[in-house]
Design a protein around this ligand. Sequence first.
Ligand SMILES: Nc1ncnc2c1ncn2[C@@H]1O[C@H](COP(=O)(O)OP(=O)(O)OP(=O)(O)O)[C@@H](O)[C@H]1O
Length: 246
Amino acid sequence: MAELTVRIENKQYIQGTKVLDNIEFDLGAGEFVAIIGPSGCGKTTLLNLISGLEPSEVGNIVFDGEPLNDQMCPPIGYIFQQPRLMPWLTVEQNLRLVQPNSHPDTIDELLSSVGLEGKQNCYPRTLSGGMQRRVSIARAFLINPKLLLLDEPFNSLDAPTAARLRLLLIKFCQRQGCSVIFVTHDLQEAVYLADRILFLSQSPSRIVHQESVALTRPRTESGAAELSWQAALLAKYPSLLAGSVI
Ligand SMILES: Nc1ncnc2c1ncn2[C@@H]1O[C@H](COP(=O)(O)OP(=O)(O)OP(=O)(O)O)[C@@H](O)[C@H]1O
């Protein structure tokens, strides 16, 4: 049975912009799905609907057989495009906001794993944008989510840090067994991480194509098999990244 079922007939903002149009997909338990689509097509909106931050007027989202709503809310980790840390709280206090009783060792280990050892008492303004982003990743991991939503989480990080965090994400998901929806513009990143990729059209957005990534794990970010898989896909659908299969 699917762990998460997403059925959104329509999402329209009050100003009248129709953003999503009949988005339907399932996510299996422990499955890692990447979502790729043109800028502004509605990827963040989709994550906001799934997380409950945005109301979904027409459609429903079911997790583990139960509709997702205020009464039924499994632990969902959401790594936003922006870190969204509380500026008046230290790094450790920001983490404790989501999991107040965390053991200090757990926080220390998590911060070390994202390369922020010794930063517990720093305030966000004293950290670089990339460091703040890494705090937000640690914050999402700390709640041991059953469902992890990530919105272009490794943008603006230097390449070695991003590579290290992708590996950390893979290990975390394997250990935790959580299901993942990962928004990215980067096909190479999606191929490296995902079991399946959903490609969205221009707004109003629908799923124009989905493809299981038929490559064994562990994968290599720029491995020959991974690159040739991408090349074959784009040779078949040259406009896929622009949101079209024509
Ligand atoms: N709160 C809002 N009110 C009105 N319109 C909104 C709101 N949030 C998003 N939109 C509009 O919805 C559309 C989709 O935005 P969204 O941020 O979901 O796209 P995206 O695919 O995540 O974009 P990007 O890839 O650039 O991050 C855009 O036209 C945006 O202007």
